[in-house]
Design a protein around this ligand. Structure first.
Ligand code: AMP
Ligand code: GLY
Length: 427
């Protein structure tokens, strides 16, 4: 029997842990540091740590962990996997610091895609404000991308050349690294439906989760308002069939990790391709070195079994026979956020109704920003609070109805906010 440690505390980590705990080979899932949802999970146990490399190595040692899975990008980009490997812990699932550049350095991913002739937005890499202004003047491109990790806040999509020039000048300090060097990517704006593909890499091939996913990044219905960490997601996406997902894995993701391998950078871990379907063709918007959140929540609802077994095979470099199998139908996840998110919001608000909705079939409430207060009541602890995730074998329409039916039965003191149109693009 295996004891698994999951690093991270959001909806993605709750969903991963919940699915992995269902494997008969797993005896316990520990979360560092988890949330109120993971605390109450079957086989689950939260362990409060500082999150430092040292503390995590100590935890793996003292708890005799068999497999460690890293959820978010920041510890990967900071080299947590390298550190744990250097301490002799090799059963750690996630890319090394160098491999994580695929997400943490937009110049790195841009160059790899260019070398492999993978279709992406036309872009110009700029190393000074003057170069950026020149690039915008010459091309009329209206997308500005910061080079490094920015927690989803690094991309500004403008409508006109004038607006793009204004923003690039106004925020020029924001595009400098800690040594004062300027880096920005000026890109062509693409129009079309976005979707994502999740894969698992063993360093040699990427095996996809055979369902396409769609996030809802903007705060308001109909994709209006500011960008957020994601207000909901559903799967599968009608515009991206299983064949297209396999194509993305075989012709885009696998060549990327094989190219990295030939450059001496082995990539083992989850991988995510953010795609856009323009009227002309399919193009890649970004790679992430983790699963997306909230997309991971409906994705886990669609898996019957085999996730833990597939991760174990990937660590051994033996992914040619992945073990995951999926349910038919669709899944829809509606994020409940605190009023005021993504700006200022209150914490410590009491959440009620969870006991009742836990009894609804084909529904799972994944927790993100929640914790237990001193009286063991569940209260809010972040902007995105819950991912109300429903599954239906009858497709997205029924999954969407069930998710919203459940949302009506949950209450957060002081009210909460959610989008009313998650999944509607599929209908
Ligand atoms: P990225 O971090 O590169 O995925 O960008 C975050 C979001 O910005 C994407 O999901 C898109 O919604 C948007 N975006 C990025 N690049 C472009 C582009 N070239 N054209 C239009 N939208 C874009
Ligand atoms: N849901 C998008 C992301 O995780 O980056």
């Amino acid at each position: 029997m295996s004891k698994v440690l999951i690093i991270g505390s959001g909806g993605r980590e709750h969903a991963l842990g919940w699915k992995i705990a269902q494997s008969p080979e797993v005896s316990e899932v520990l979360y560092s540091s988890g949330n109120a949802g993971t605390y109450n999970e079957i086989k689950g146990r939260n362990i409060e740590t500082s999150g430092s490399n040292e503390d995590l190595a100590h935890l793996i040692e003292s708890e005799n962990i068999d497999l460690t899975i890293i959820g978010p990008e920041q510890p990967l980009a900071n080299g947590l996997v390298d550190f744990l490997n250097s301490r002799g812990y090799y059963k750690v699932f996630g890319p090394t610091e160098k491999a994580a550049q695929l997400e943490s350095d937009k110049f790195f991913s841009y160059r790899i895609m260019k070398e492999l002739k993978i279709p992406q937005a036309d872009s110009i890499l700029c190393k000074s404000l003057d170069e950026a202004i020149d690039a915008i003047e010459k091309t009329g491109f209206t997308v500005i991308k910061a080079r490094g990790l920015t927690a989803g806040k690094g991309v500004t999509v403008c409508s006109t050349k004038e607006e793009t020039l204004e923003i690039v000048e106004k925020h020029s300090e924001q595009y400098k690294d800690k040594d004062g060097n300027y880096h920005v990517l000026i890109a062509e704006r693409l129009y079309g439906q976005e979707f994502s593909v999740f894969g698992i890499s063993d360093g040699k091939i990427v095996s996809p989760l055979e369902i396409s996913l769609q996030d809802h990044k903007r705060l308001l219905d109909n994709d209006k308002g500011p960008n957020t960490g994601g207000m909901g997601a559903y799967c599968p996406v009608p515009i991206a069939s299983k064949d297209l997902v396999r194509y993305v894995a075989n012709k885009i993701m696998t060549p990327v990790i094989q190219k990295m391998r030939s450059d001496g950078i082995e990539y083992k871990g989850f991988i995510y391709a953010g795609m856009i379907m323009t009227n002309k063709r399919l193009r890649v918007l970004e790679f992430n070195v983790r699963f997306g959140d909230p997309e991971c929540q409906p994705a886990m609802m669609m898996i019957n079994n085999g996730l833990y077994e597939t991760i174990s095979l990937a660590l051994e470099g033996k992914l040619n026979r992945p073990k995951i199998n999926f349910k038919p139908g669709a899944s829809c996840c509606v994020v409940l956020a605190s009023q005021g998110y993504p700006e200022n919001y209150k914490k410590g608000l009491l959440i009620s109704g969870l006991d009742e909705v836990n009894g609804i079939g084909n529904v799972k409430i994944f927790h993100a920003g929640t914790k237990l207060d001193y009286s063991n009541r569940i209260v809010t602890a972040g902007g995105r609070v819950l991912g109300v995730t429903a599954y239906s074998e009858d497709g997205i329409g029924e999954a969407q109805k069930l998710a919203y039916y459940t949302v009506q039965r949950i209450n957060i003191d002081g009210g909460f906010y959610y989008r009313r149109d998650i999944g509607s693009k599929a209908l």
